[in-house]
Design a protein around this ligand. Structure first.
Ligand code: ADP
Length: 337
C-alpha cells in the first residue's frame, strides 16, 4: 500500500535570469504511517518538493497520488487545492496568532470546520496533553518560550488529525539541546498518532535519528532513497557517502593503496573504521597533522601523500608518525566520476 506517490515530478522556475531546474524527475513512494525524510543541502529542492506535495506549488511535469486519488496530473490538467488534499503543514516559523491564547490558536482549525464546542475542547486537550502544553492553554504566544511555541504550532497542525503531516525544518529555530529533545518527542508523537509524515531537513543527524526512510537530494536530483542504515552502510555514490555520517567519510584514490589493483575507483572509509597502529604495522604510514579532542573521543587528522584522512578514536597518545589499518569489509568502493 502506498500513502503518497510522486511520479516523474519535474519543476522548472522561470526567473529574470533564466530557467532553474529545481527538481528533475523525482519518484517517491511513501507508505502509510511512515515518517519520511527529505534531506539535502540548502537549495537542493526540498521545500519545493514539499510544497508540491502540499499543493502550494505546481510541478511543471508529473503526477502525485494520495492513496489511489490523483491530486496532481499534468496530463489530466488536474491540481487539487491544499485543503482538498487534507494535509497539515508546520514550518520553521511558528506563525501563531499573537492575539489569541494557546487554546484559541489550537481550536482555530476545528472552529473553521464547524466542530461542536465540546468536541473541540476534547480534541484540543487530548493533543495538548500529548505535547505536554496542557498547562499553557490560557497563555498568549508572547508568554511562551521558543520550544513551547513550536509545540503549539505542531498542536494546531495535528488537532484535526489530517491524513498527511508535512513539516519543513520545524525544529531549526530551536537551540541544539531543545532541538534534540523535541526530535525524540516528535517521533514518539507521530508514531503514536500513526500519521503519514514527510519531514524536510538539511541536518543529516536529524534525518538519521527521526526517519523511517530518507530521500537524499542534490541539485534537484534524487541520489538515494532508503532506511538510515541503508544510506549509512550502502551509500550509492560519494555524495551520499560524504553527506551521511560525521565526521564525513574519507575518500582515497585506489592507486595509492598497493593491494588494490582497480583503476578509476575511489575508496571510502569512515573515520570510525580506521585503527591507529605504530609505524609499519598497518596498511599505510601517515603523519599526524592535528588532533581534536571532543568529549571522550579524538579526531586525528593525518596526511598521506597529500590526501587528508580523519580518524575517530577513543585513545590516542601524541605520536607524530603512525600507521593506519582498516578491515577489508569496511571499505566502500565508488566509481570515479
Ligand atoms: P531547499 O528547500 O532545498 O533549500 P528550494 O526548494 O527552496 O531548496 O529551492 C530549490 C531551487 O529552486 C533553488 O535553486 C532555488 O533558488 C530555486 N527556487 C525556489 N523557489 C523559487 C521561486 N519561487 N522562483 C525561482 N526559483 C526558485
Amino acid at each position: 500500500k502506498t500513502a503518497i506517490l510522486v511520479r516523474n515530478v519535474k519543476k522548472i522556475f522561470s526567473t529574470a535570469k533564466g530557467r532553474v531546474l529545481a527538481l528533475d524527475r523525482i519518484n517517491l513512494e511513501i507508505k502509510p504511517g511512515e515518517l519520511f525524510i527529505i534531506l539535502g543541502p540548502s537549495g537542493c529542492g526540498k521545500s519545493t518538493l514539499l510544497n508540491i506535495i502540499a499543493g502550494l506549488e505546481e510541478p511543471t511535469e508529473g503526477e502525485i497520488f494520495f492513496g489511489d486519488k490523483v491530486v496532481f496530473s499534468d496530463k489530466k490538467h488536474l491540481s487539487l487545492e491544499p485543503f482538498e488534499r487534507d494535509v497539515a503543514m508546520v514550518f520553521q516559523s511558528y506563525a501563531l496568532y499573537p492575539h489569541m491564547t494557546v487554546y484559541q490558536n489550537m481550536a482555530f482549525p476545528l472552529k473553521n470546520l464547524k466542530y461542536k464546542k465540546k468536541k473541540i475542547r476534547e480534541q484540543v486537550i487530548k493533543i495538548a496533553q500529548m505535547l505536554r502544553i496542557e498547562t499553557l492553554l490560557e497563555r498568549k504566544p508572547a508568554e511562551l518560550s521558543g520550544g513551547q511555541r513550536q509545540r503549539v504550532a505542531i498542536g494546531r497542525a495535528l488537532v484535526r488529525t489530517p491524513q498527511v503531516l508535512l513539516m519543513d525544518e520545524p525544529l531549526s529555530n530551536l537551540d541544539a539541546q531543545l532541538r534534540a529533545e523535541m526530535r525524540v518527542e516528535l517521533k514518539v508523537l507521530i508514531k503514536d498518532l500513526g500519521i503519514t509524515t514527510i519531514y524536510v531537513t538539511h541536518d543529516q543527524t536529524e534525518a538519521m535519528t527521526l526517519g523511517d526512510r530518507i530521500a537524499l537530494l542534490k541539485e534537484g536530483v534524487l541520489q538515494q532513497t532508503g532506511s538510515p542504515d541503508e544510506l549509512f552502510y550502502c551509500p550509492k555514490n560519494t555524495f551520499v557517502a560524504g553527506f551521511i555520517g560525521t565526521p564525513s567519510m574519507n575518500f582515497l584514490s585506489a592507486e595509492i593503496i598497493k593491494s588494490i589493483k582497480k583503476p578509476n575507483i575511489t575508496i571510502g572509509i569512515r573515520p570510525q573504521d580506521i585503527e591507529i597502529r605504530p609505524p609499519n604495522k598497518g596498511i599505510i604510514n601517515a603523519f599526524v597533522k592535528l588532533v581534536e579532542k571532543i568529549g571522550d573521543k579524538y579526531l586525528v587528522h593525518v596526511d598521506y601523500r597529500k590526501q587528508k584522512i580523519i580518524i575517530e578514536t577513543s585513545n590516542f597518545s601524541k605520536e607524530k608518525e603512525v600507521s593506519l589499518f582498516w578491515p577489508k569489509e569496511k571499505m566502500h568502493f565508488f566509481d570515479k566520476n
